[in-house]
Design a protein around this ligand. Structure first.
Ligand code: SER
Length: 326
């Protein structure tokens, strides 16, 4: 029997995860079957030239609906979000994009009978009252950032649409995501990306959290794998839907700097904590992702050593060729 053709839309496709997820989906399902959307009219040449791109504002439902109809969309990966640090600078925008955006996506999905939707959550769903080591799947969710508030509410809203309307929605709580293609757009875990670029470019970095700050993290290939695997999982086997803990590694800022130093011995890192320290302190040190492992076979490939080797190889090559855009 011929496999049903998917017509996929990615929101937030110019963002850190969205840009790479769009390309992975185009590779898997065909360029023309994956519509990239974003809050810009100027996507990267790679996104623009490899398949369709449309402007949408997820906070305005009609802009979503227009492209859903035009491209006959049946599957959505909803990646648009204002991250934690920018969200604290502009909580109103954060609520509008994250909350109204998610609500609009769910309503459009319901009205247009989508077959499947992916909406990620984050470690920001947790808060200082959560057990911070090996944080359980079921635990206290009392975030202290607007970003976290929207992520918890988003999880609950997604589960409501699953139970009440029978929509097939899936999502995981991503840790900090590290990658070399597109920089993150204003999160608390951004130091774990910036440190690699600065180490290659300037051999020094001033980190905005303390040396001992420990957070769960994941390398981009595993982040993409989580989204693709969870979306392929047998829905009937899932006990959870929108809130799977997933993790790959956990390290302190100091341990990250020490790992980089193995490749770049002259690299130095200083620590000057700013307002993001308090956010980082309210998030877990490590996560228990056994529910994801049991229910859909989650298994990451990269640890700190393997990720650092790969990151530095790619960035050093780009730097040598004068192509390190940072
Ligand atoms: N990386 C995100 C942030 O720092 C967490 O989901 O805001």
């Amino acid at each position: 029997m011929a496999k049903e053709m998917k017509k996929i839309m990615v929101t937030g496709s110019v963002g850190q995860i969205g840009s790479e997820l769009t390309m992975a989906l185009r590779k898997k399902y065909g360029n023309d079957n994956v519509l990239a959307t974003g809050h810009t009219t100027k996507p990267s040449p790679e996104l623009r030239d490899s398949g369709p791109f449309e402007f949408i504002n997820v906070a305005k439902k009609e802009t979503i609906e227009e492209v859903v109809k035009k491209y006959n969309i049946d599957t959505i990966y909803h990646l648009s979000a204002i991250l934690s640090a920018v969200g604290e600078k502009n909580p109103v925008l954060c609520w509008d994009v994250n909350m109204n955006g998610t609500y609009n996506i769910l309503e459009v999905a319901l009205e247009h009978e989508m077959t499947r939707i992916f909406i990620p959550s984050s470690i920001a769903a947790f808060g200082p009252e959560t057990p911070l080591d090996n944080t359980p799947q079921e635990t206290i969710l009392r975030p202290k950032t607007m970003y976290g508030v929207t992520k918890v509410a988003g999880e609950l809203l997604c589960d409501y649409y699953v139970k009440r309307f029978g929509l097939d929605i899936r999502g995981c709580r991503y840790p900090g995501i590290i990658s070399y293609e597109t920089l993150p757009g204003g999160g608390t875990t951004d130091y774990a990306v910036a440190i690699y670029f600065e180490a290659v470019k300037n051999k020094k970095y001033t980190c905005f959290v303390k040396e001992e700050t420990r957070l769960p993290m994941m390398y981009m290939p595993d982040c993409l794998k989580a989204a693709l695997d969870l979306m392929e999982a047998d829905f009937s086997q899932l006990k959870h839907h929108s809130d799977f803990n997933v993790t790959a590694m956990s390290f302190s800022a100091g341990e990250l700097a020490a790992e980089i130093k193995k490749y770049i011995p002259e690299f130095t890192c200083e620590y000057e904590p700013d307002f993001r320290q308090e956010i980082a302190d309210s998030w877990p040190n490590s996560l228990d992702d056994s529910a994801a492992r049991e229910e859909w076979g989650w298994e990451p490939s990269y640890d700190l050593a393997a990720m650092t080797k790969d990151m530095l190889e790619v960035l050093s090559k780009r730097h040598a060729e004068g192509k390190l855009n940072y």
